[in-house]
Design a protein around this ligand. Structure first.
Ligand code: CTP
Ligand code: MG
Length: 251
């Protein structure tokens, strides 16, 4: 296996945490899901731990809701005290205010990172189950292919819908569910943003890169890397985390 990022530049991570979690809100759930308590600590800290454990990751930029910048700054500072790399300034941590859409938040994070690293990974803070081993395999693919994302071959069929009717099926043997992290060279991101159409919604980084003609490698990761999106998803996340702890270790 190639040592990802060993030759030069290193990796920067944009941790997208500026969403308002509207689909997650319910009678019981209030506050933003990415900062909710999960297994005794804020949900976002699982992703921070995963990236901080990888030495090739040199920069982590947390994109936070503009109106909660101070509180999130406090949360990140408090987390960093327990993280030797962050406390020892071996890991460069920054915080920037996000935008109205995920796309806008990620763009602001990528802009803030600038030229500091050769490669950039983007991760949803709402995915606490991300495993360092999967991130490492993704990093190798990003450094070899210029762009890559974690995901897994789809197990459900995916249909296009029109007025409630199934219009067209996609060939399931060629369909993947795509997760984050998704990453590319800083240069590919720069090019993709320069070619992005104003007002166009790109659902994720792969869509943005594809629109610029930049192909991305799909890397099979864990199905447990779920995004806490709907009420109840946090129960599943708790279950996976408890099972992982029970199996001895979190790597
Ligand atoms: N995100 C972001 N900035 C936004 C919207 C989303 O940084 N303006 C982040 C979220 O915090 C989350 C990730 O992008 O970590 C994935 O987005 P999603 O699951 O859609 O979260 P929300 O947008 O917060 O939820 P919803 O769409 O239900 O409102
Ligand atoms: Mg959203």
């Amino acid at each position: 296996m190639t040592e990802a990022g060993a030759s030069s530049g290193g990796f920067a991570v944009v941790l997208a945490a500026a969403g308002s979690g509207t689909r997650f809100e319910s009678g019981e759930n209030s506050g933003r899901k990415q900062f909710m308590e999960l297994g005794g600590r804020p949900l976002i800290t699982y992703s921070l731990d995963a990236f901080a454990s990888i030495s090739e990751v040199r920069v982590v930029c947390v994109v936070a809701p503009a109106e909660e910048l101070e509180a999130v700054g406090e949360l990140v500072r408090s987390w960093s005290k327990g993280c030797p790399r962050a406390a020892g300034e071996d890991l460069d941590l920054s915080l920037v205010p996000g935008g109205q859409s995920r796309q806008e938040s990620v763009r602001l994070g990528v802009e803030a990172i600038g030229e500091t690293c050769e490669w950039i990974l983007v991760h949803d803070a709402a995915r606490p189950l991300i495993e360092p081993g999967d991130v490492r395999r993704l990093m190798v693919a990003v450094s070899e292919h210029g762009a890559a994302a974690l995901g897994y071959p789809a197990t459900d069929s995916v249909k296009r819908e029109e007025a409630g009717m199934s219009e067209q099926g996609l060939d399931r043997s060629r369909t993947w569910s795509v997760q984050t992290p998704q990453g590319a060279t800083a240069e590919n991101f720069r090019e993709a943003y320069s070619l992005a159409v104003e007002g166009e919604e790109y659902t994720d980084e792969l869509a943005l890169l594809e629109a610029a003609g930049i192909p991305a490698r799909l890397v099979e990761g864990s199905r447990e890397n779920i995004k806490v999106t709907l009420p109840g998803d946090e129960e599943l996340a708790r279950f996976f985390l408890a099972r992982r702890d029970g199996a001895g270790g979190d790597d």
